[in-house]
Each structure stands twice: as C-alpha cells, then as structure tokens.
Design a protein. Structure first.
Length: 129
C-alpha cells in the first residue's frame, strides 16, 4: 500500500491513527513536530502526509506551506481539534494552502480511511502514465 507520514504532537493521536492506517495495510511514519515531518519528507519517499494544525514550534499551516513549496504534488490531509474558535477556520486555511482534504477531530476510523483513499487515488490519477 502507501507510506504515510503522520505529524501530530499528541502521542495518543499518533497511536490511534497508526493503528487505523496499519490495519488497512499502510506503512506509517510518525513525526511529533512540523520540523521533524518536513525532514522526513525530504529524506524518505512518502506517498501522503497527514498533519495536525495546532502544534508547538511549527504549526501545521507552516508545515503544509513548506512541504508544498518543495513537493507541490504531495497530497496532504489536515486534521485539527480546533481551539476556542473551532477547527473550521484553521482547516479552511489548510485547504487554501493545498491540503487535499481536512478532518475535524474527533473523527471515525472510516472517515479517515475514506479521505486517505481519496487522496491516494487522486495522487495515482495525477501521476504520469
């Protein structure tokens, strides 16, 4: 299947997403910060990135921008639990920067797998024949 990078500063969320994706046959790489995630994208062959938006040090918005600058065709799914203002505006900004899908936390495993499959299908459709 695919190699998926998951960037989230919450160990529990990383574990849950890893379990969902691995049960579907994907290889998962964990990163606990945007800087670490960007480094992995530059070092490894990644098929898809899933990033949290609200993180210390480097926010997901910055991370998406950096990845898209160097890898404009990289499919990215943005996830967020939001803040006092809600996740919507953060996720709208992520989509405007190039995230191909967004999910508001908490989400169900079937929702995550649906957007992952759509993102990977879109990547395959965009690949040269």
């Amino acid at each position: 299947m695919a190699t998926i990078l998951v960037i989230d500063d919450e160990p529990r969320m990383l574990r849950v997403i890893r379990e969902i994706l691995e049960s579907a046959g994907h290889e998962v790489i964990d990163a606990t910060s945007g800087d670490q995630g960007v480094a992995f994208v530059n070092q490894r062959e990644i098929n898809l990135v899933i990033t949290d938006i609200i993180m210390p040090e480097k926010e997901g918005i910055e991370t998406i921008g950096e990845i898209k600058q160097d890898f404009p065709n990289m499919p990215i799914i943005a996830i967020s639990g939001g803040s006092l203002k809600g996740a919507g505006s953060y996720l709208e900004t992520a989509a405007a920067l190039g995230a191909c899908a967004t999910l508001e936390k908490p989400f169900h495993s079937f929702e995550l797998l649906e957007v992952v499959n759509q993102a990977l299908d879109g990547q395959a459709a965009a690949a040269p024949a």
